[in-house]
Design a protein around this ligand. Structure first.
Ligand SMILES: [Fe+2]
Length: 317
């Protein structure tokens, strides 16, 4: 299969302070070069007999394929990032302010990252992360580092070939020229598309879909705020007898004997239950307590999730 070339995404003659000669050379030699390399590598891979090919040949080609493919994709995004007036749209300005504290703060970080690459090479990318519905600046060296599941919407090429024809070693002037030419309307269109991408699907417990749940972060916030909450560790007896640690602030109760200890709880303060990993036992206990009239929820991810966020633990006595 051959990868197809993408025509220019911007009009080189309209750029302000970036010469047509520079953009042409970049497109023809570096973008085109990456695509040609990618197709040559793909051809080699398609001809390989994987049963007999040495591992260093397979892995070497796959590594080169990754570099060439990402270089191709990022160059396309780079050219698509240019051609505007450098003024962020209201939507992007609001999204950047939300995720970075302020538009200036985003810009300062993005520019500082680019400046930091001036003596070397690499990419600075503004990337949307569907998992957390947020934007993040990332750097990428050797074309091949990308946030898994991230969708880059703005790319700044900091390889020397991107600026030396116009700016020599003056990377600062190149960065300023790039920022002046960003096509924020196009960035916004990509951002809108990226926001349509669903986050990774969580594991769904259909049988407990109706039981209210809280995250470990929410429980920690309640504890830190001093909120009155009854936290019950309901890991099975055999489990606690061998692990011997417990969430600080939780009380262990035997999930086999809910009816016996439920009467000790207050009906006015909320109850949070959990088991080892947040599956059946914690959910069943929360259900039993809700049926008995308590304001009970289960903690997603259970004891392990609490430890995974660094929640305080004490030795179980
Ligand atoms: Fe480049």
């Amino acid at each position: 299969m051959k990868y197809q070339l993408a025509p220019f995404f911007c009009r080189p003659w309209l750029l302000n302070g970036l010469s047509q000669r520079l953009i042409e050379s970049h497109y023809e030699n570096n973008y085109g070069g990456a695509l040609r390399r990618l197709n040559a590598i793909t051809e080699k891979l398609e001809a390989l007999d994987y049963a007999s090919a040495p591992a260093y040949i397979v892995n070497g080609l796959k590594r080169d394929e990754l570099v060439a493919l990402n270089s191709t994709l990022l160059h396309e995004l780079y050219f698509a990032s240019l051609g505007g007036d450098g003024k962020p749209t209201a939507m992007l300005a609001a999204a950047l302010a939300r995720d970075f504290g302020s538009l200036d703060r985003w810009r300062d970080e993005f520019v500082a990252m680019a400046t930091g690459l001036a003596g070397g090479s690499g990419w600075v990318l503004l990337t949307h992360l569907p998992r957390d519905n947020r934007l993040i600046n990332q750097y990428a060296a050797d074309h091949s580092q990308a946030i898994a599941g991230g969708i880059p919407i703005l790319a700044l090429d900091m390889y020397e070939h991107a600026f030396h024809i116009d700016f020599g070693a003056n990377a600062k002037a190149y960065i300023e020229a790039f920022m002046r030419n960003v096509d924020w309307k196009a960035v916004q269109a990509r951002y809108e598309d990226a926001c349509q991408v669903a986050p990774p699907r969580p594991l769904v417990q259909e049988e407990f879909a109706d039981v209210p749940a809280v995250s470990v972060e929410e429980v920690k916030a309640m504890v830190d705020a001093g909120k009155r909450v009854q936290i019950i560790d309901t890991r099975p007896r055999f489990y606690v007898s061998r692990t011997q640690d417990i969430m600080d602030g939780a009380q262990w109760r035997d999930p086999e004997r809910v009816q016996q200890w439920a009467g000790e709880l207050s009906k006015t303060d909320p109850v949070v239950t959990f088991c080892a990993y947040g599956f059946h036992v914690g959910c069943q206990t929360a259900t039993a307590l809700r049926d008995a009239g308590f304001d009970a929820t289960y903690m997603k991810g259970g004891h392990s999730a609490w430890k995974a966020i660094g929640g305080p633990i004490k030795t179980y006595l």
